[in-house]
Design a protein around this ligand. Structure first.
Ligand code: ASP
Ligand code: MG
Length: 404
C-alpha cells in the first residue's frame, strides 16, 4: 500500500521524538508499504522565527517571511531522514519545491495550483521513504511560498490526493477527535469516525485539531484520512464522506471557542441597506462575523446589531465599522467584552427535531444565559459568559448522552 503520513510539530519536537517517529515509519516500511512522510517544523519554531523577524521589523516583507519560515520544516525533513538512515531505512528528504508543490504568488497564504510530486514515485519504487517538507511550496514565479499556519496538514492531504494514496494518516499529539475537550469533560469519548462537514464545523468552532483548509481540500477531492496519536499505537478518528450509518449519532461533539468578543453597532437606521453597509464593509476587510442578533432600539426607526467577531480582529473591526458609520451618517460602535462560543455539531441534527430544546434545557438547568445564537444545518452555537463555558460544555455533553 501507499501510505502518506504527517507528523506535526510536537511529534518531531526534539531529537528523541524524531527518533521515535523514525521507528514508527520503519514499522510501516518494514511491512512492505511505500511511505511518504510530511513533517512540520519542531513545535514553537515557526512562532520563534516570526518573533525574531518582528524584533527586527514591525512589518516584515512577506517574501522574506516565507523564506525564513520555510527553514523550520527544512530542519525536520533532514533530521528525520538522518534518523531513518541510522536505523537502516533508506530515506531521502524533499523540499516543497522538489516535491513539485506549485502555488500562486500570495506569500504567507499561498494556494496550491499544481502538484506534480516531483520524483517521489521513482524514489518510492527504489524502496526509499520520501520525507517532504510541509507548509511550503514554490510559486509560479519560482519564489518560496507558505500555505498558511498549520499548512503541513494541507501538504499531506494534497500529496495523498495526487499520489492516490491508500491511506493518509495525520499523526498528532491527541488520540483523535473527541466528543468534547477531554481537559474539560473527563468522560469525553474519542469518535471512531466523523464526516468532513462535522470536522469542519468542529474546527471552526474551536476544536483546532487540523487546519480547516486541509479538511476542505480533503472533502473536495474525497480523501479520507485518519487523525491519530504519534505517541501510542491506538487507532484514531477516521474522517470521511458522510454515510447513512453515521446518522444514529444525533450530535457528534461539543466545541468551545474562547476567542470571541461581542460587538454592538447601536442606533442604526432600521433598514436592510444600513445592515448591508456594515456587513459589506466587514466582508471586504475579511473580518468574519458570527452569531448575529438584531434588536429594536429605544429610539423609533432605529435598531441595534449585536454580533461576535474574533477577539484579535476587534480593533480592525472597529476601524472598518467606524468608517462605514461615518458614510451612513449614523450609528455607534461598542465592544462589550469577551464571550465564549459553545457549539453542538452533528449531521444527525438535520433529521431529528428537538435538538435545540435539549440544548437550551441543559443551559437553563445549569443557570446559564445565552444572548447570541446561531444555527446551521449541522450546528447550533450559543454565546455565553466566559466563566460559564466549562460548565456549559459539561452540561450539554451529558444532556446529549455523549458520555455513553
Ligand atoms: N510550521 C507551520 C506552522 O507552525 C506549519 C505546520 O506546522 O503545519 O504553522
Ligand atoms: Mg498543526
Amino acid at each position: 500500500m501507499l501510505i502518506v503520513q504527517k507528523y506535526g510539530g510536537t511529534s518531531v519536537g526534539n531529537v528523541d521524538r524524531i527518533k521515535n517517529v523514525a521507528a514508527k515509519i520503519k514499522s510501516y516500511w518494514s511491512e512492505g508499504h511505500q511511505v511518504v512522510v510530511v513533517v512540520s517544523a519542531r513545535s514553537g519554531v515557526t512562532n520563534e522565527l516570526i518573533a525574531r523577524a518582528k524584533s527586527i521589523s514591525a512589518a516584515p516583507s512577506e517574501r522574506e517571511m516565507d523564506m525564513l519560515l520555510a527553514t523550520g520544516e527544512q530542519e525536520t525533513i533532514a533530521l528525520t531522514a538522518l534518523a531513518l538512515h541510522s536505523i537502516g531505512v533508506p530515506a531521502v528528504s524533499r523540499t516543497g519545491a522538489q516535491a513539485g508543490i506549485i502555488t500562486d504568488t500570495f506569500h504567507s497564504r499561498a494556494r496550491i495550483s499544481q502538484l506534480t510530486g516531483g520524483d517521489i514515485k521513482e524514489r518510492l519504487n527504489e524502496g526509499k521513504v520520501v520525507i517532504v517538507a510541509g507548509f511550503q511550496g514554490i510559486s509560479s514565479e519560482s519564489e518560496i511560498t507558505t500555505l498558511g499556519r498549520g499548512g503541513s496538514d494541507l501538504t499531506a492531504i494534497a500529496l495523498a490526493a495526487v499520489l492516490k494514496a491508500d491511506i493518509c494518516q495525520i499523526f498528532t499529539d491527541v488520540d483523535g477527535v473527541y466528543t468534547a475537550d477531554p481537559r474539560i469533560v473527563l468522560d469525553a469519548r474519542k469518535l471512531n469516525h466523523i464526516c468532513y462537514e462535522e470536522m469542519l464545523e468542529l474546527a471552526a468552532s474551536g476544536s483546532k485539531v487540523m487546519q480547516s483548509r486541509s479538511v476542505e481540500f480533503a472533502q473536495k477531492y474525497g480523501v479520507p484520512f485518519e487523525v491519530r496519536s504519534s505517541f501510542n499505537d491506538q487507532p484514531g478518528t477516521i474522517v470521511k464522506a458522510f454515510e447513512k450509518t453515521m446518522e444514529d449519532a444525533l450530535v457528534s461533539g461539543v466545541a468551545l471557542d474562547r476567542t470571541q468578543t461581542r460587538v454592538t453597532v447601536g442606533d442604526l437606521p432600521d433598514s436592510p441597506a444600513a445592515f448591508a453597509a456594515i456587513f459589506d464593509a466587514l466582508g471586504e476587510s475579511s473580518v468574519s462575523v458570527d452569531m448575529i442578533v438584531k434588536n429594536v432600539a429605544p429610539i423609533p426607526g432605529k435598531a441595534n446589531l449585536t454580533f461576535s467577531v474574533n477577539t484579535d480582529q476587534v480593533g480592525y473591526a472597529e476601524k472598518v465599522i467606524t468608517a462605514a458609520l461615518k458614510k451612513l451618517g449614523a450609528g455607534t460602535f461598542r465592544s462589550s467584552g469577551e464571550i465564549a462560543k459553545v457549539s453542538i455539531v452533528g449531521v444527525g441534527m438535520t433529521s431529528h427535531p428537538g435538538v435545540a430544546g435539549t440544548l437550551f434545557r441543559a443551559l437553563s438547568e445549569a443557570g446559564i444565559n445565552s444572548e447570541l445564537i446561531t444555527t446551521s444545518e449541522i450546528k447550533i452555537s450559543v454565546g455565553i459568559a466566559p466563566d460559564k463555558a466549562d460548565l456549559a460544555v459539561r452540561s450539554i455533553h451529558s444532556a446529549f448522552g455523549l458520555d455513553k
